[in-house]
Design a protein around this ligand. Structure first.
Ligand code: URA
Length: 210
């Protein structure tokens, strides 16, 4: 099933739109547009990140592709059998996701990696479409507090009932579970807030839920 993605010229968020235009002048060969979700719409696992990194997804056009967060995420996905092919940090590397899809709470790169509340809210309609379109979805993995809260908004769930914690695990309904993790950003791994072992534990837990 096709899931509606923001169009390439989306200008619903004026700040993000003008940031994209500025980047498009500076970095003419880069994607510099909303980044569509990647992977299997029939997948049982949906991974939700924050927003494209300037020199990562905003450059390559594929979520988590081309930056540190992606190096860790794709290596871990490979280890747990969610990929086929080799991750090569470009959208043309031929990598396929197996039983899994990756999206972001906000589809355009935000200045300083910080989307505003209004931008997160505006982009939430695309997250709702992802959830509606993934008919076999069983587990949602949120990377970081913003993704976690965006998913709860998209599902119309109370934030107080599903607190963001690392390795949180919640049942959302009969078919759907939510797992929360610290974001696999360079900042979090450099500061030791998230280690590779901690991240792998998240995927061990997801495997038992699928
Ligand atoms: N790249 C993405 O696409 N999303 C993130 O959250 C971080 C890096």
């Amino acid at each position: 099933m096709m899931i509606t993605q923001p169009n390439t010229n989306c200008s619903k968020c004026s700040r993000l739109y003008s940031f994209r235009l500025k980047n498009a002048e500076k970095y003419i060969d880069w994607h510099n547009a909303p980044v569509s979700s990647f992977g299997d719409t029939d997948g049982q696992l949906l991974i939700v990140g924050l927003a494209p990194g300037l020199r990562g997804a905003n450059k390559t056009g594929r979520p988590f592709t081309g930056d540190w967060a992606g190096d860790l995420l794709y290596a871990t996905l490979a280890k747990y059998g969610f990929t086929s092919g080799k991750y090569g940090a470009t959208a043309e590397d031929g990598l396929k996701l197996l039983n899994c899809r990756i999206t972001n709470a906000v589809r355009c790169v935000p200045p300083e990696n910080k989307p505003t509340g209004e931008e997160i809210k505006t982009c939430n309609k695309f997250l709702i479409k992802e959830l509606e379109g993934m008919r076999k979805l069983k587990v949602i993995l949120t990377l970081g507090g913003i993704a976690h809260s965006a998913i709860l908004s998209a599902l119309d769930k109370r934030k107080s009932e599903y607190k963001f914690v690392h390795n949180g695990s919640y049942r959302l309904n009969k078919h759907l579970q939510l797992v929360s993790s610290y974001h696999c950003s360079r900042y979090n791994t450099n500061t030791g807030r998230l280690t590779q072992e901690m991240f792998e534990t998240i995927f061990e837990s997801i495997k038992t839920k699928l």
